[in-house]
Design a binder for this molecule. Sequence first.
Ligand code: SAH
Length: 218
Amino acid sequence: MEADSLKYRRQREAMVRKQIEARGVSDSAVLAAMQKVQRHLFVSEALRDQAYGDYPLPIGDGQTISQPYIVAEMTQALQLNPDDRVLEIGTGSGYQAAVIAEIAFRVYTIERIHSLFVKTRALFDRLKYHNIVTRYSDGTTGWSDQAPFDAIMVTAGAPDIPPILLQQLAVGGRLVMPVGDQHVQELIKLYRDADGIHQTKMGGCRFVKLIGEHGWHE
Ligand code: SAH
């Protein structure tokens, strides 16, 4: 494990206080996870000093690691419990999966770009995230072998919520996903109970495209 330098720890404290708590994220497990996960290790060395800034950053292959506040807000929306099994679509840098892995029992995360999949799997091993299971495939069809999930997070935007993901959500489960066109989306939160699906809107956002069978076509 890399030394977590005092400099980065202080930047992380300021990030949690000014960007996340100040904007209303209050779930103590989420705040603790954001304080713990070393975001600077999930970006390239050249970008480390920007890792705790209030913006997304490029991670290669035209993809991005989300702004810290968005990661915190989406994680809080999942209302995670320590025994939850969570599906994430869009592994990317691995940062969001690591934040979830600090709170939930296990994270199943899918990435469609092979180079990101390989690089991030190696990082999870190096940082000893033994409760993150990775897969290289099209996440828009979900992960049927491991369903149902207590929570599902999609970290790329699509015109609609892939119906298969709703089928893979447990009763009592929560799903968060950006839905909209290719330029701007709305963060949608779903809750599934015995009566069906209940949907709420969380506000505007901007994500890279979810590309696949039930997303955008390349
Ligand atoms: N959660 C990531 C965000 C990365 S950006 C992080 O914390 O860094 C979104 C990611 O979704 C990209 O890596 C992109 O390649 C991936 N993606 C897009 N469509 C996908 C699909 N159908 N299945 C799996 N991953 C997909």
